[in-house]
Write a protein that binds this ligand. Sequence first.
Ligand code: HEC
Length: 177
Amino acid sequence: MWMLVGIACDLLVWPSTEHELGVSSDQELRRQSMTDHQIAVHRARDAVIAQDLDGVHRAGEGLAVGHDVRGLPEAARRTLQSVREAGAELARLSDLDQAATLLVELTASCARCHTMLDVPPKLPAQATQRDLLWTALEFRSEELWEDAAQGDPALLGLRYWDDRVLAVGLRLQGGAF
Ligand code: HEC
């Protein structure tokens, strides 16, 4: 019973907190933490492509820690926990194919929270075509995906997000980007 009340409160609190806080220090922290996450994901991706296991470990360590994202509904909190656990695993595994698979699974957790909370996509500064593709996955953005997949026959025409995530993972493993 109390758990249900807790979840209901979480759901009620999230939008109003967001609204009332405006650009508060909490929001600043959240954005900084998210930007760090995005940088770490893209570093991990580039390290997998470069077959640089140390680089994957370093990026994984960055994803395993992070500021608490305050005021989140419980379901969203779980997606953050998944990101951290996958980051910790990335930091210790020794197989680059596994790292590629784990990385795209982790990216799907970013997308789960962003779609749940309706967070609009944000591209990193000076985004490459590859960043565009990953940002599309991180935010599950149809529009960005269409742009990013242009001219890539292996990615165009995929209909479901699961297929898209899988296709990117396979291409990451094959080093074909
Ligand atoms: C638990 C939910 C959650 C998870 C998991 C999550 N995010 Fe976010 N993300 C948010 C929220 C909420 C915002 C909006 C922050 C704000 O403006 O208050 C956000 C914003 C962002 C932003 C925009 C930051 C800015 O400057 O406005 C980026 C980039 C981002 N997330 C990347 C990621 C990446 C990459 C991952 C996965 C490694 C991830 N996020 C995982 C909730 C989440």
